[in-house]
Design a protein around this ligand. Structure first.
Ligand code: ADP
Ligand code: MG
Length: 481
């Protein structure tokens, strides 16, 4: 008798969508999304605390709706997957905590996966007519991300090849939308009004496309200069009652964003010798982006694949789909000690693996409270050069230094106050190292010894210096013997 293909639930809470998807193998059974977008509208952008609270309130209902849509019961769930990063720290924490609780209560494996790689996971859903051919480049564009990924293998070999150095593309759409007096979110509104506009009416800058940028930022993006250029132009010339002007500015701005996104994505495909491109993220709903990507892709013999809208924006199905592939390949589950990581690198598809499973070596992390994560040796080598994540696995030498200075200070403290120098150094390094999770004991000892030696050194210095000063004052005639 053949074994049943596992049913995987995917939970997504990295930004303002609460998504629960249910997948069995490469078949989508349910995809339910609730959005807290309305609650952010009056602020003109996503407010992290509001998003986190909204996830907490929405999750039980979204989960029930997804189970109902799939015609399943909680007892049918074989594994639970969740986005553990990148995204908004508080919002991620709600999903990760909730998913851990669910997995534990059902006694099923738990998978913490990467949000960006999850977007590519949509392509594994053959029930939706999708097909993942690798290698592929992925352009992921949303309110929080503008990333180019090179996917050689969706589980084992994903590399971030480009990112925004300032605003995300969706963020730029939202900010320019607000400037033009359009409702939030600006992206769909600009898309709508731009249909009546002339995209060649105004020429706005294309960030990081000049020859001087090609060395360092060939596949990186920048939208803050464009946003500022539109703002300056609008301040000087803008008339919100002139609908044609609004349409022309919207169309010209949109053209600049689309031009840069498509050009860089297709250039990345050619540079890496990859004949295909997958689009994902809320901005890939943009009609002009779709049109230009497909047309220019065809011109350059690059197969551009754009998932349907419900699978483009943040959703739980993509998370379930990625975890389903991991299960199919027999990957070990994620350790329950894994934490949400707002800056998770795209090269870490799974954010932590059970101890005692394939990868046993766990690297300890600095105490960034909600920003910490356990990473494996493999993860660390895969991350070489990714500064943000490597900062978390730094070797703790400062606590030892503090202890060393403390001992030296005590040894030198009787010697005419000489111990003061190492004592001060011991105090400085001790305070710097105090919060290091692996150096608390050493730095506490270093600090105690250093403070003690400082006090002794000062006392010795005073005792030694008093008779000398007294003698000098007497010989100078300032004091009677
Ligand atoms: P996130 O929640 O991480 O920001 P989403 O996938 O929900 O990502 O995408 C939301 C973003 O997509 C918003 O910035 C929104 O303005 C943008 N967006 C949605 N539809 C369009 C569109 N048709 N054109 C341009 N941008 C769009
Ligand atoms: Mg969103």
């Amino acid at each position: 008798m053949s074994e049943r293909v596992p049913v995987v639930v995917g939970i997504e809470t990295s930004c303002d969508e609460t998504g629960v998807g249910i997948v069995q193998g490469d078949t989508l059974l349910a995809n339910v999304i609730a959005s807290s977008m309305d609650q952010h509208a009056r602020f003109g952008g996503v407010v992290p605390e509001v998003a986190a609270r909204a996830h907490l309130e929405a999750l039980p209902q979204v989960m029930d709706d997804a189970l109902k849509q799939a015609g399943l019961d909680r007892a049918d769930i074989d594994a639970v997957a969740v986005t553990s990063g990148p995204g908004l720290a508080g919002a991620l924490m709600v999903g990760v905590g909730w998913a851990k609780g669910l997995a534990q209560s059902l006694d099923v494996p738990f998978y913490a996966v990467n949000h960006l790689v999850g977007h590519v996971g949509v392509e594994l859903l053959s029930s939706e007519g999708r097909q993942l051919d690798t290698p592929t480049v992925a352009l992921l564009v949303s309110g929080g991300h503008t990333s180019l990924l090179l996917v050689r293998d969706i589980v084992d070999d994903v590399e971030g090849v480009g990112d925004t150095i300032d605003d995300a593309a969706g963020e730029a759409f939202d900010k320019v939308g607000r400037l033009l007096g359009l409702p939030y979110p600006g992206g769909p509104q600009i898309d709508r009004v731009a249909k009546d506009g002339d995209p060649t009416r105004y020429t706005f800058p294309r960030g990081l496309t000049q020859a001087k940028d090609q060395d360092k930022h060939r596949f990186n993006f920048s939208f803050s200069g464009l946003k500022t250029a539109v703002a300056r132009w609008w301040e000087a010339n803008g008339d919100p009652t002139d609908h044609q002007m609004v349409a022309d500015v919207a169309a010209s701005f949109q053209e600049a964003v689309v031009d840069v996104l498509v050009t860089k994505a297709l250039d990345a495909c050619e540079y890496h010798g990859v004949p295909r491109l997958v689009l994902g993220g809320g901005v890939s709903a943009n009609s002009r982006l779709r049109e230009v990507a497909l047309a220019r892709g065809a011109e350059r013999n690059i197969d551009v694949r754009i998932p349907p809208l419900a699978l483009c924006t943040d959703n739980g199905a993509m998370i379930a789909s990625l975890a389903s592939e991991m299960l199919r390949r027999g990957r070990p589950a994620t350790s329950m000690s894994v934490a949400a990581t707002s800056t998770l690198s795209p090269s870490v598809t799974q954010a932590g693996v059970d101890e005692g499973a394939i990868h046993t070596a766990q690297k300890s992390t600095t105490d960034h409270s909600n920003d910490s994560v356990s990473v494996t040796d493999d993860d660390v080598s895969a991350l070489a050069g990714k500064e943000d994540t490597l900062r978390k696995v730094r070797t703790p030498w400062t606590p030892l230094l503090s202890l060393l200075f403390g001992v030296l200070a005590v040894a030198l403290s009787p010697a005419f106050g000489l111990g003061m120098i190492p004592a001060v150094l011991g105090i400085i390094s001790g305070h710097r190292a105090r919060k290091h999770p692996r150096g608390r004991v050493q730095s506490a000892m270093g600090l105690t010894l250093s403070y003690f030696a400082l006090a002794v050194s000062i006392a010795v210095a005073v005792v030694v210096a008093t008779p000398i000063i007294r003698a000098l004052l007497i010989s100078g005639g300032f004091l009677l013997p």
